[in-house]
Design a protein around this ligand. Structure first.
Ligand SMILES: Nc1ncnc2c1ncn2[C@@H]1O[C@H](COP(=O)(O)OP(=O)(O)OP(=O)(O)O)[C@@H](O)[C@H]1O
Ligand SMILES: [Mg+2]
Length: 604
């Protein structure tokens, strides 16, 4: 399991890195050059101290020696000390240039990388099944897409390239040090495994803590998001204080976790400081002794201390990398969770049959959660072109049945069949099913765009003639005329707030633009008055002839003119027939009819 996990992680990382790898490679190359220059400077200084100021024979690579001799040897440099200064300054300038270009290259790579990550994650989320979206919390998903992406970016863009630099500095630095003095080098290197071991232990401990912090940040985001979208409910029920307390509590948990994390990190850095401090002290004492004994020159000692300082950085970086790595690992797994969730997929050779046919439910059973059946062995047929009504108390499974028809939830094959013209919807292309079944969902959602854009959301081009026609059928045109900017009025968060009935009618108009042969209205006329309800139904009948219409409603007047009416009771078919037949049946339908038609008598 672990193996496949790491494989997928790598594969995903490689997918994310596509297009930005070359920037990172260039960055690594420049960082390496920078490190080499950094390592050469102490050599120049030790040479200057020992062979230019002092009289020791220069210990330099052959090609440099022959150049030195050609200009007159160390003697010449002693008279022209400025040359050494120019060499050191030039090296420093080169290092600075490399450092600059490396930063630019890494940053470009990072931005390209994060853009690709965002694009890929968004595209994936867009193709995840409806059921997945229902199961996962929006705030948490948003956090995975923002904060976690950022953490991974930081690691891939900053830490990973540094890893190469650290490795180079460590290896080259050690070689230079060993060449100066083996004993002293062994003492310096001695601390390495201690720090590494310490890092590994810490790595384990901090990982769990980071995960906790991340999860709790997700909870906090969810509370925020819910309170922002559900602001009306909060106000209506006077829940401000309760919600503030809930937020405060979670904020407290999050803060405490962060403080604990900081404490852990501080302890890590402190112990790291202590180890390196002790190591430095040891080197100075031992180095001085070796110098006094004459086994090392002053220049070499200075160079050695410089190398040791240079080496301390990567050792310390190792610690930071470890913590960043564990953090990035957790964030990466959280992104991986999204990317691993299977996208909605059609069967191979999925069909696109004629949809203007009879719809048939055959022994359909469904449950969202194990052992909680919601739809139980439901069978019925809706003849093509007819108006079909569905009545049933809340929670009886009406919306669920429509979700199944539209393939928003997949019906497991052993739990019945839903066919249109004899073809199982499961064998069709999901996009084909949805294109041909227009659904007005029970809770219509409008985007923060203009009314016209909201209505024509399913189309690539805005055709105002069609928009007006659909609005007229949905009896929305009058309402729109009352807005000062008409169809160009912004709705939602950035604009006017529509009434419940206006929203429902906008959703109806939007669905009508689809020109689908099957139209489903899931309680879509509940928020309009009975008169408008009748007007809309009349307009629909006039304009949508030939379409199969499924009306879900709690209102008998909405349903009574349907060709056939299905009564659902607790997920089961209780009654099925025309208004007349159901009235004579004396069952649920009749009871609801009596309650709705003569409320005064009943109350009396
Ligand atoms: N995503 C879900 N996960 C778990 N249970 C669910 C889910 N969606 C709906 N349910 C449950 O399934 C049952 C049927 O829900 P459904 O929305 O189909 O009822 P409905 O007949 O449309 O009710 P209403 O008239 O109130 O719209 C309910 O008990 C509901 O709690
Ligand atoms: Mg419903």
């Amino acid at each position: 399991m672990e193996g496949t996990n790491s494989l997928t992680r790598t594969r995903l990382a490689l997918q994310f890195l596509k297009g930005s790898k070359r920037f990172f490679v260039l960055g690594i190359l420049l960082a390496s050059i920078n490190s080499i220059i950094e390592l050469v400077i102490p050599r120049v200084i030790s040479f200057t101290v020992d062979s230019v100021i002092g009289t020791k024979d220069p210990d330099l690579p052959k090609w440099i020696l022959s150049w030195l001799n050609s200009i007159g040897g160390a003697e010449y440099l002693r008279r022209q000390l400025w040359i050494v200064a120019v060499i050191v300054v030039s090296l420093a300038v080169c290092a600075a240039l490399c450092s600059f270009s490396q930063r630019v290259s890494n940053a470009t790579g990072a931005e390209t990388l994060v853009k690709r990550m965002r694009d890929m994650i968004f595209r994936h989320i867009e193709h995840l099944p409806f059921a997945w979206h229902m199961k996962n919390q929006t705030g948490d998903i948003i956090q995975r897409c923002t904060s976690d992406v950022d953490t991974v970016k930081r690691f891939l863009a900053e830490q990973l390239p540094s890893l190469f630099r650290v490795a180079l500095l460590l290896i080259m630095g050690m070689i230079f040090m060993i060449r100066i003095n083996l004993t002293l080098s062994l003492v310096a290197i001695f601390t390495l495994p201690i720090v590494s071991l310490y890092s590994a232990v810490f790595h384990k401990k901090i990982g769990a803590q980071f995960q906790k912090v991340d999860e709790n940040e997700g909870v906090l985001s969810t509370i925020c998001q819910e309170n922002l979208t559900g602001v009306r409910v909060v106000r209506a029920f006077g829940r401000e204080k309760y919600e503030c307390e809930r937020f405060g509590k979670q904020n407290n948990i999050f803060t405490n976790l962060n403080i604990r994390l900081t404490k852990l990190m501080s302890a890590f850095w402190c112990v790291g400081d202590l180890i390196t401090g002790m190591q430095r002290m040891l080197i100075i004492v031992l180095g001085s002794y070796i110098c006094v004994k004459g086994r090392m020159t002053a220049g070499e000692f200075i160079a050695f201390i410089s190398y040791n300082t240079i080496l301390t950085w990567p050792i310390r970086m190792l610690g930071r990398m470890v913590s960043e790595m564990s953090k990035a690992g957790i964030s990466f797994d959280r992104i991986l969770y999204i990317m691993r969730s299977p996208m909605e997929q059609d069967k191979p050779d999925a069909l696109e049959p004629d949809m203007n046919k009879d719809i048939s439910f055959e022994h359909v059973s469904f449950q969202y959660l194990p052992d909680v059946p919601v739809v139980k062995d439901v069978s019925f047929t809706i003849p093509a072109g007819s108006v079909f009504g569905i009545l049933g108390n809340t929670g009886s499974g009406k919306s669920t049945i429509m979700y199944l028809l539209d393939r928003l939830y997949e019906l497991p094959p052993e739990q019945g069949r839903i066919t249109i013209g004899g073809v199982d919807v499961a064998d069709m292309k999901a996009s084909w099913v949805r294109k041909n079944i227009g659904i007005v969902l029970q809770e219509p959602f409008l985007f923060s765009r203009t009314i016209a854009e909201n209505i024509s959301i399913g189309r690539n081009k805005l055709d105002m003639r069609d928009v007006r026609k659909a609005s007229a059928t949905a009896c929305l045109d009058e309402a729109i005329e009352n807005f000062t900017q008409g169809y160009d009025t912004f709705v939602g968060e950035r604009g006017v707030t529509m009434s419940g009935g206006q929203k429902q009618r906008t959703a109806i108009a939007r669905m009508l633009m689809q020109n689908a042969p099957i139209l489903v209205f899931d309680d879509s006329l509940s928020a309009v008055d009975a008169e408008t309800d009748a007007k809309i139904r009349h307009a629909l009948k006039e304009n949508m002839h030939g379409a199969t219409m499924i009306l879900i409603s709690h209102r008998i007047t909405t349903l009574m003119q349907a060709d056939r009416i299905l009564v659902l009771d607790n997920g089961q078919v209780a009654e099925l027939g025309t208004h007349q037949e159901l009235m004579e049946n004396n069952g649920i339908y009749r009871r609801v009819y009596d309650i709705q038609m003569a409320p005064e008598e009943l109350e009396a």
